[in-house]
Design a protein around this ligand. Structure first.
Ligand code: GTP
Ligand code: MG
Length: 218
């Protein structure tokens, strides 16, 4: 997939203000600071598209990005008339959500964010897939397993997306991914798809964009 356009559209405090759901949509969720905004920037190829920060709790609204992509495998900036590009542009949305589990806000603020996220996830009809981000440096965390279970209960399709893989050895990352999948086996008959990523090293980009392309065409 070749990203033709990636631009910020709008930030919404509530599902009611969200733009018309007239195209496939992909949302990114996970603990505060897990790397959601960084991953969106890496996928889009625009480092400043979504605001990132070393301080957890940066993203506080439902942020929409308009995407346009072409089928094919030409490098960014390459001659688009050459073979590799086929068909018309697909239009889709990326949604950057606030993180969950952020300790440094009041309980009422946290409840409000959780309600906003739940409403969005359960009511947004054009939502095709949620990327549930998990920090690959850690053993399975209860809060992430619980969130995966909630998505299951709500019958929302999701893919596990392990982040910051550049920060640990491959061996540690593989062990943590396996532990997470093993922990899910306790309650899940079928495991979701999983991706291992690094925003820093642009790892996992082709696989995730390929998956989005498949979903867009389905
Ligand atoms: P909130 O919006 O606050 O919930 O955070 P977020 O999940 O959007 O995280 P964000 O993308 O802002 O990244 C948090 C911090 O982790 C930043 O300092 C990023 O530079 C860093 N970071 C994110 N992804 C990676 C990665 O793949 N590798 C490394 N080394 N650092 C990363
Ligand atoms: Mg963010």
């Amino acid at each position: 997939m070749l990203i033709k356009k990636a631009s910020y559209l709008i930030s919404c405090p509530d599902i009611k203000q969200c733009p018309a759901g007239d195209r496939p949509e992909y949302a990114f969720i996970g603990r505060s600071n897990v790397g959601k905004s960084s991953l969106i920037n890496m996928l889009s190829g625009h480092q400043k598209l979504a605001k990132t920060s070393g301080t957890p709790g940066k993203t506080q609204l439902i942020n929409f990005f308009e995407m346009e992509s072409l089928k094919g495998s030409l490098q960014e900036g390459a001659d688009r008339d050459k073979k590799g590009q086929t068909g018309p542009a697909s239009k889709w949305f990326i949604v950057d959500l606030p993180g969950y589990g952020f300790a440094k806000v009041s309980q009422s603020q946290r409840n409000q964010w959780e309600q906003m996220i739940e409403n969005y996830l359960r009511k947004r009809e054009n939502l095709v897939n949620v990327f549930l981000l998990i920090d690959s440096r850690h053993e399975p965390q209860k809060i992430d397993l619980e969130f995966a279970n909630k998505l299951g209960e709500w019958e929302i399709p999701f893919a596990l997306t392990f982040t910051k893989a550049d920060k640990e050895t491959q061996k540690v990352v593989a062990k943590n991914v396996k532990s997470f999948l093993d922990a899910m086996r306790a309650t899940w008959q079928f495991l979701p798809r999983n991706f291992v990523t690094s925003a820093e090293k642009k790892m996992g980009r082709d696989k995730i964009l390929g998956f989005i392309e498949e979903c867009n065409e389905a």
